[in-house]
Design a binder for this molecule. Structure first.
Ligand SMILES: *Cc1c(COP(=O)(O)O)cnc(C)c1O
Length: 362
């Protein structure tokens, strides 16, 4: 359709930093003088060992994890984690609190319920179409973990601060905002993120797990669904998704060496989101759907006066080199995903286009 690269606001798989794509292209036919591409080399080779070890080390540095966490790469996406978590950690006598902030957390809850596990949904924003993040939640103090979704990709909401769970470890789906801001790791027992939103391509899920939590995993779980299988073999019990892990490694290198770390990334992400929300707030044509105190810096969801205009907006956006602006099919409307790899420049082009569109049709 076009020979130029577009401004990519896709929700996932999503934009990757151009320098990462160029580095992949540059090294593709002959990776590290192996005479093979990364998709052809053995996962037992020194070359791939270096890739996965570097990805682990960079994850630990960027998120300030220290030595008490393991970094694992698991297939099956974030959705596999929905079932693995209850399977590994909700054995008889154990229980968990879940917070329902829409689609993905609802699915996580369902996977625990399918297995007949003891969980309680202690808060939900279903009453207002998931347009906000619940506050002042009464967590149970005897539970083994609290499950949250840090950023709600479809509903456009995000936890700005994580709740006080009184020492109960948080297990968190950070698929759509991992690496978008610094992390206070002390609150978390387990963090997982499908790489294809903010950390790489589809095909791998990043799992960060505290050592003492890992110790709780029993041997009675099928091998491939047990976290300890991955931790014991540096995520290489079986063949890992080599290309996906490699791309994640390059994205992490970009974050550390080009962006300069997560403080800087977060400042830029705030700036990008502020620009777009300001336009939405100053308009009587566009309407942001998330409550102001719960707005996501990653996925900005908005509506227009009618669906015909929304369709036209998405169509004309693409004609102007702006892609991926359609809201999720379950909620309709529009959504601009402003992940790490989306530049401030891209957001400026988007807001200019939106201002013009409003003048034309508003
Ligand atoms: C996309 C997404 C998922 C699903 O990820 P898969 O890797 O496709 O299973 C889960 N949670 C959140 C928050 C997401 O954005």
């Amino acid at each position: 359709m076009t020979s130029e690269r577009i401004y990519n606001f896709n929700p996932g798989p999503a934009a990757l930093p151009l320098v990462v794509l160029e580095e992949i292209r540059e090294n593709f036919l002959n990776f590290k003088e192996s005479g093979m591409s990364i998709t052809e080399i053995s996962h037992r080779s020194k070359e791939f060992d270096d890739v996965i070890n570097d990805a682990v080390a960079r994850t630990k540095r960027l998120l300030n994890l220290g030595d008490s966490f393991q970094v694992l790469f698991i297939q099956g996406g974030a959705s596999m984690q929905f079932c693995m978590i209850p399977m590994n950690f909700l054995l008889p006598g154990k229980s968990a609190d879940y917070v329902d902030t829409g689609t993905w957390s609802t699915k996580a809850i369902k996977e625990a319920q399918i297995q007949g596990k003891s969980i309680e949904v202690v808060a939900s924003s279903a009453d207002k179409n998931y347009c906000y993040i619940p506050q002042n939640i009464a967590f149970n103090d005897k539970v083994d973990f609290v499950h949250l979704t840090s950023n709600n990709t479809i509903k456009g909401t995000q936890w700005t601060e994580f709740p006080d769970t009184k020492g109960v470890p948080i297990f968190c789906d950070m698929s759509s905002d991992i690496m978008s801001r610094p992390l206070d790791a002390a609150k978390f027992g387990l963090i997982y993120a499908g790489a294809q939103k903010n950390a790489g391509p589809a095909g791998v899920c990043l799992v960060i797990i505290r050592n003492d939590i890992l110790d709780l995993v029993p041997d009675s779980i099928p091998t491939m669904l047990r976290y300890t299988t991955y931790s014991a073999k540096n995520s290489m019990y079986n063949t890992p998704p080599c290309f996906a892990v490699y791309t994640v490694q390059l994205v992490l290198k970009w974050l550390e060496e080009s962006v300069g770390g997560l403080e800087k990334m977060a400042a830029l992400n705030r700036k990008k989101a502020r620009l777009l929300y300001r336009l939405l707030d100053n308009s009587s044509f566009y309407r942001a759907t998330a409550r102001p105190d719960s707005r996501s810096l990653m996925n900005v969801t908005f509506r227009m006066p009618d669906e015909e205009l929304e369709e036209r907006f998405i169509r004309e956006g693409l004609e102007n080199g702006l892609g991926g602006l359609k809201g999720h099919r379950s909620v309709g409307g529009c959504r601009a995903s402003l992940y790490n790899a989306v530049s401030l420049d891209a957001v400026e082009v988007l807001t200019d286009f939106m201002a013009t569109f409003e003048r034309k049709y508003g």
